[in-house]
Design a binder for this molecule. Structure first.
Ligand code: ZN
Length: 116
């Protein structure tokens, strides 16, 4: 089923994205009520960011995206919308201005909020 708010071209490797994540992202966009810019989606395990980790993270499962967000009220509203549609793994980067939302992977903490 095509997404309501996103084109496949907004993801660097659409076929690798988890369908549940994509549906939740559409719901998030609906709840947020404003355009969303995806800054990172699928990352292969040998992507420099994933390769640095002890084990590949959510992006390597197609189970997360990063969304541009400059802080303040817009980030508050984005995080609230993410929680409202059921995201329970959220990271907020003030340094690089994005919000990470993910649905997890085996052995990942199911409910967590972090900053970076
Ligand atoms: Zn991320």
């Amino acid at each position: 089923m095509p997404l309501k708010y996103f084109n496949e071209s907004e993801f660097n490797d659409f076929k690798m994205m988890d369908k549940k994540l994509l549906n939740m992202l559409d719901n998030l966009r609906e709840a947020y009520g404003s355009p969303i810019k995806i800054t990172s989606s699928y990352r292969s395990p040998d992507h420099p960011i994933e390769a640095k980790k002890k084990a590949p993270g959510e992006h390597a499962y197609g189970a997360a995206v990063d969304i541009a967000s400059v802080g303040g009220e817009t980030t508050f509203k984005l995080v609230k919308a993410a929680m409202d549609v059921g995201f329970t793994r959220i990271g907020v980067s003030r340094k690089n201005n994005f919000v990470h939302v993910g649905i997890g992977y085996p052995d990942a903490p199911p409910i967590t909020l972090w900053t970076y």
